[in-house]
Design a protein around this ligand. Structure first.
Ligand code: AMP
Length: 427
């Protein structure tokens, strides 16, 4: 009996050749754009101590309460596969004392995140983010700059029809009275809330504002707004962010009910929405997280950053964008063991000279080899038969015109390289 096939895990996707080129392109554009804005790459581990996220993201958030992949490792240590990257980057920043190295205040990282959410289009259990973080800068200039960097990146990917939503979440000082007023309001309409929000209303009323259930959204339309509670400092900060964005000609919409799903945000919060994405329409979002570094046990330095969801970005890429120019490929059709050995050497040499070359490994007939070359879509075939080899020659065939020419084996690598190598700078 045949063994049953093992499939991947729900919500965990494979990225196949054909699709992966888009990912590579998006990553290369991200590296180019974010480094031009002064961000340096940092790579942090996928597994962290659970406590990092519990303290960083907030105990009473959906992510920490019900979405984390948490388990005991073989030493009995409670560990979590990161559901987001900011807490890890902050941990690394503290652990390596990067705050005393002023050249390393702006960092980015690219990689997979894990959340046990209900999979649907645009929402997966393993997904990928590009994270951009700037530490130690209080001034609202940096808030405007990270938003501008995000939009520059999306513009470079030629993604259109985007909307920037902006809000201020205040600071712990002005948020406390707001939270109390909000809790009071929600208590009065509790019977209209979904079951989750009935609980959130008590544990973390701000999270009710995140709820996507239509009846909860209706209830929220009459809720108090954080913007009406901002203290002078937060109000001025928010005004300046808006002024700087206008200077940069960034269009945005004030969205008083956008609070983001993580507890660490203060002051500026933003989201970039794409009309074409359907229900899961946030491409990226972020904000300021001034208390996070201290909460994780580091110096009291401010931070601001964002995360972009790569799956959603890829869905938004236009037809043909990021697919690159097809590579020119040549195929070596070899007949007989001696020709195969000569051909095998030549294939490796060509590859070292950046020419894509393939050959047959199965000892197929010339006809079968030509069919294979055709299927691969090669532009040129080199036929190496015993006769030709004995005369120090090979046959070069242009697949499109079917023209053939006998060429000397001597200098064949140079000849093919000149014919086939990608011109410099071509993708
Ligand atoms: P967050 O870390 O929740 O602020 O999310 C930032 C961005 O990551 C979102 O705007 C999405 O583009 C993306 N994202 C978040 N959760 C998922 C998910 N489960 N699947 C795919 N993308 C996600």
């Amino acid at each position: 009996m045949a063994a049953t096939s093992i499939t991947g895990i729900k919500g965990f996707n494979d990225i196949l050749p054909g699709e992966v080129e888009k990912w590579q392109w998006v990553e290369s554009v991200a590296r180019r754009i974010f480094s031009s804005f002064g961000f340096q790459e940092i790579r942090v581990p996928i597994l962290e101590k659970t406590e990092l996220f519990a303290r960083g993201i907030g105990e009473a958030t959906d992510i920490v309460e019900k979405e984390m992949y948490t388990f005991e490792d073989r030493n009995g240590q409670l560990v979590t596969m990161r559901p987001e990257a900011t807490a890890s980057v902050v941990r690394a920043f503290i652990e390596h004392g990067l705050h005393v190295r002023p050249t390393m205040r702006k960092l980015y990282t690219i990689g997979p995140m894990f959340r046990h959410e209900r999979p649907q289009k645009g929402r997966y259990r393993q997904f990928h983010q590009i994270n951009v973080e700037a530490f130690g800068i209080e001034d609202p200039l940096i808030d405007a700059e990270v938003i501008y960097a995000l939009l520059t990146f999306l513009g470079e990917l030629r993604i259109a029809d985007l909307q920037v939503h902006l809000n201020s979440l205040g600071c712990p000082l002005c948020r406390a009275p707001f939270r109390a007023r909000l809790a009071e309001y929600l208590a009065g309409v509790s019977h209209l809330l979904c079951d989750d929000c009935k609980r959130r209303r008590v544990t973390n009323p701000l999270r009710v504002m995140d709820c996507k259930v239509p009846s909860c959204r209706d209830v929220l339309a009459g809720a108090p707004k954080m913007l009406d509670f901002l203290c002078d400092d937060c109000r001025e900060h928010f005004q300046r962010v808006q002024d700087y964005l206008k200077d940069l000609q960034v269009a945005f919409t004030l969205d008083p009910y956008m609070v983001r799903g993580l507890d660490y945000y203060v002051k500026t919060a933003f989201e970039v929405l794409a009309r074409h994405l359907g229900a899961q329409n946030a491409v990226g979002g972020g904000g300021r997280y001034d208390g996070l570094m201290k909460a994780i046990g580091g110096p009291d330095l401010p931070g601001v950053g964002f995360a972009i969801g790569m799956e959603r970005l890829i869905m938004l890429l236009g037809e043909g964008v990021g697919e690159g120019t097809p590579m020119r490929l040549c195929f070596l059709a070899c007949l007989g063991e001696e020709a195969r050995r000569r051909g095998f050497r030549l294939v490796q040499e060509l590859r070292r000279s950046q020419v894509l070359a393939e050959m047959d490994y199965e000892g197929a007939s010339l006809k079968a080899q030509m069919r294979k070359a055709d299927r691969l879509g090669v532009t040129h075939v080199v036929i190496l038969g015993e006769d030709e080899l004995a005369r120090g020659k090979a046959i070069l065939r242009w697949m499109e015109t079917k023209a053939q020419e006998e060429i000397p084996l001597e200098g064949i690598r140079e000849r093919l390289t000149a014919l086939l190598r990608k011109p410099d700078g071509e993708a």
